[in-house]
Design a protein around this ligand. Sequence first.
Ligand code: SAM
Length: 209
Amino acid sequence: MKIIYIIIIVLIVFIINIIYINRASILYMTNFFNKNYNKEGLPLAYSIRDEIIKFINNITDVKSFTFIDFGCGAGDMINEVYQLVGNVDGVEYHIPQAELTKNRFKNIDNVTIYPMNMMDYEFKQTNTILYLYEPLWQMENNIALEIYSKVFENLIKNKMKIYVIYCSAIKQKYLNMDFFSKYDLKLIKMKTISRGIPFMNNNLYFLET
Ligand SMILES: C[S@@+](CC[C@H](N)C(=O)[O-])C[C@H]1O[C@@H](n2cnc3c(N)ncnc32)[C@H](O)[C@@H]1O
């Protein structure tokens, strides 16, 4: 009997831990409470959010930068950064989700949501922070790599300062330093971050041109 109580307590602590660390997006669960639920959206965790905000706050002249979120989903990350940077572009190819996100930021002047595939986005000649929270996590490796290659070829046409923040899915499949160095992106740091689930971590890369 005692063992059952212990198991129940461990389970409760485990679930509270996951919810606590992931609560950034649980606060804004437009994804889940709306019938246009986008099954590809992952919850944004405070652990990831805090690292990214710390990084952005250390960028010199950060107001001259456009923050681009490829696969912005419900816009949880956008909501955290739009006051820190000059402009924000969110790109989301799940059209019903993109329309919801557009509506969420309709009164915010420096946020633009593009309902489109990130492969077709044209980078402006402006200082850029490109953020990708593994939008292609459900895809086959070879297809994902093709899409990412197109994205990074487009990115480096921008000759201004570029930072890339890439958060891998729990099981990192596609992108690594071999890939990034093809586009002359240099590693600033890589951190392994927990989303509250033991042994299932995300790798968070910070890179620059
Ligand atoms: C993990 S969620 C991103 C959450 C969001 N970036 C954040 O940090 O709060 C990934 C999103 O990428 C979108 N996505 C997947 N492939 C895409 C593509 N080729 N172009 C644009 N969006 C894409 C999915 O629909 C999903 O909403």
